[in-house]
Design a protein around this ligand. Structure first.
Ligand SMILES: [Mg+2]
Length: 168
């Protein structure tokens, strides 16, 4: 059972704050709407390195859903990734966010690390009750700054210490 690395886009790969050097601006056209995103091309390499070194699988957990493979992945050097479907919206039981039941259903019994700017204690609680497992790590990312090497380090350390890492 390969561990999963679940990836959000907005607030994680596309920070909401003023972009720092290293980020590039892109326009993405989805339907009739143009979205502006700021992406750091280095993120792709670093995520792939994490996936390879821990034997994990990268998966999108974003409202961009399959659009992330078209508009985000190629710009940061990621291959097309599996996508967690995020609809329909289930009623919230513990105050968890709308993504959490979908993440639980997708992950099943596979361990996972989840990078998101909207995961909180309620999501942790939901997952503990519903999975009956402790085999996940929620990494809350500051949406102003996005994903940093500290977050990647936390994921690497957890996967290694827990023994879920299947890497070299
Ligand atoms: Mg987000």
């Amino acid at each position: 059972m390969k561990p999963l690395l679940l990836l959000d886009v907005d607030g994680v790969l596309n920070p909401m704050g003023r972009p720092t050097p290293g980020f590039r601006r892109y326009n993405c056209t989805i339907g009739a709407v143009v979205y502006t995103v700021h992406l750091n091309p280095r993120h792709g390499r670093r995520l792939l390195d994490l996936a390879i070194s821990t034997g994990s699988e990268l998966v999108w957990a974003t409202t961009w859903e399959h659009h992330a493979n078209e508009w985000i992945a190629p710009r940061i050097g990621l291959p097309p990734l599996p996508v967690i479907p995020l609809s329909p919206d289930p009623p919230s039981e513990f105050g968890e966010m709308f993504k959490t039941p979908h993440v639980a259903a997708f992950a099943g019994r596979r361990p996972f690390v989840w990078f998101d700017d909207q995961v909180w204690a309620e999501d942790e609680e939901y997952l503990r009750v519903h999975q009956g497992l402790t085999d996940f790590l929620l990494i809350h990312v500051d949406p102003a700054r996005g994903l940093t090497s500290r977050h990647l380090g936390m994921a690497h350390e957890w996967l290694t210490l827990t023994g879920f890492s299947q890497g070299p």
